[in-house]
Write a protein that binds this ligand. Sequence first.
Ligand code: ATP
Ligand code: MG
Length: 654
Amino acid sequence: MSNSIETFSEAETQIEPPEAFRKAARISSREQYERLYRESLDAPDAFWKRELSELTFRSPWTELVEWKLPHAKWFKGATLNITESCLDRHLGTTTRDKVALLWEGESGATRSITYAELTRQVQSCTAALRSLGVQQGDRVAIYMGMVPEVVVAMLACARIGATHTVVFGGFAAESLRDRINDCGAKVVLTQDGAPRRGAPVPLKQTVDEALRSTPSVQHVVVYRHMKDTVQIQMQPGRDLDWAELLAKHAGTGSSAPANSEPAIVDAEHPLFILYTSGSTGKPKGILHTTAGYLAGVHVSTKYVFDLQPNDVYWCTADVGWVTGHSYLVYGPLSNGATCLIYEGAPNYPDWGRFWQIIDRHKVTILYTAPTAIRAFIKAGDEWVEKASLASLRLLGTVGEPINPEVWMWYHEKVGKRRCPIVDTWWQTETGAIMTVTLPGAVPAKPGVTGLPFFGVEPDVVTQDGQTVPPGEGGSFVQRRPWPSMLRTIWGDDERYRQQYFSDIPGYYFSGDGAYRDKDGYFRVVGRIDDVLNVSGHRIGTAEIESVLVAHPSVAEAAAVGRPDDLKGQALVAFVTLKPGFSASPSAAEDLRQQVAKEIGKFARPDEIRFADGLPKTRSGKIMRRLLKDIAAGREIKGDLSTLEDRSILDKLSK
Ligand code: ATP
Ligand code: MG
């Protein structure tokens, strides 16, 4: 039996970039893309020298990359501080007075902060943290909501050369404690509370709980965001008030606060540690370093989002995930963009909130996740139809394979067929976008991520590293190191080697399965470990799920295998329905027939299980590993810290 994954592509749809978009785009043809791409691989030194020339390096690199598998050092010999590229470099230009952060609170309050103001706040925070003893090389944990201060906190750490680890504000005390202890954070930056659907999430209280057993932590700095509604207890000697502390380091007049100058660090200095989503297992502390990461996010933000000076750019990801790091903070700021930050839930007070935000702030670029789009579809078209959305010119998606049906809804209802969609495949580990259809250059294909981004060389290979022919599925790998790649798993270099470089010798293995089509586009078919093996046919989860989601009644679907004596694996599909549809044996039969018709009889699910909701990570990804246990009637095993809603599991297990 062949080991490759079979692919059952639906009739191929191609959506050309609208002519108006193409004309004004930074990269406007496949030829232009190919030329730059070839240069990025064949003459990388020249490519990176030119593309990074606008950024601030204190001393240039002497060697582009040193690759001793599995360890890469990029831009050897260069020194810099990333905040000089994100902040200081803009102060001598008109960007100085441009809005850097455009914030909307869940309550509806708004703030706008210019590059000059943001720089000043970062300087104050830098001096304040230094006064608490934070130095280059220390770790600092950040456990905050979506407020401008979280950006200030990250940049202040980077300015000191302290490595930040942002922990998503939805995590419970144990998860926070484990992350703090894993990296040995010296200081925790937090806020009293963050509003979530009208009620405060008590962040400071959770920090207090976590800190009962975190010997490394010396100080906690608390930003008072909800003074009137959230009571907190400050522990004398340990806890400090953000505003009071920063006020002491405000500087006078136009002169910068004392001790706020950036630490000039080596290119490979650790910038941040970030724990992965935990879709497939216990989260891993991914380490990113300075110059390579900056290079990757700067160039990808500019070209993937076709950034133009007047854009109002909105990435909806929480800053606690890598998308929030790369495309809410470092990439947009290094490019001098205006970034919108929305604090609250997408359905508060109702499902129209995102669309009102876009109209209110004239958002031009929207970058969000399939899970959000599926939720909007389920909520009903009336919400999105009420808004104008005329300001939008480009849409993006990341996080999971997007079902073609969901892609089309995004294209029609949100983009009004006017906006290209960039389906960006990447990982916490890759630091920056790896495959995409550059929006003015090439047509997009619903459900297909696209072509390699500059400087990366993906491939689809067999277990022993042989490239498979177009149309055949296999392991999605990287053949060469790229600047923004992870450097290690914090404190566990052996796990780094095992996890990413042991399955397929010589290559970085992402853990995903994919195939390349005849145009060179990559399509991700799901996690390799989730590949279904039905009567000898190996099928990616995305293939089956997309057929189910294409049915008018289905909101979300997850396909998993259950051990079966006869077939090897029986196929179980968990399905949630749109409002107005109800579960019944005939509805299940209908869905089974749909899969048989679209893919083949062998792929017909043995069981359809209707559910109110699917188990997801806190970043919104379907956790198939838990569904596998449920389908097999096994006890649910493994790390549950990233599961968003435990009650869903209880309901499903019944
Ligand atoms: P863990 O590694 O802890 O199991 P995770 O893989 O979900 O969690 P992330 O780094 O947040 O952690 O997610 C990266 C993964 O998300 C990719 O490996 C891929 O499976 C999926 N992914 C992201 N973007 C896309 C996309 N555009 N198309 C298909 N899959 C995507
Ligand atoms: Mg992963």
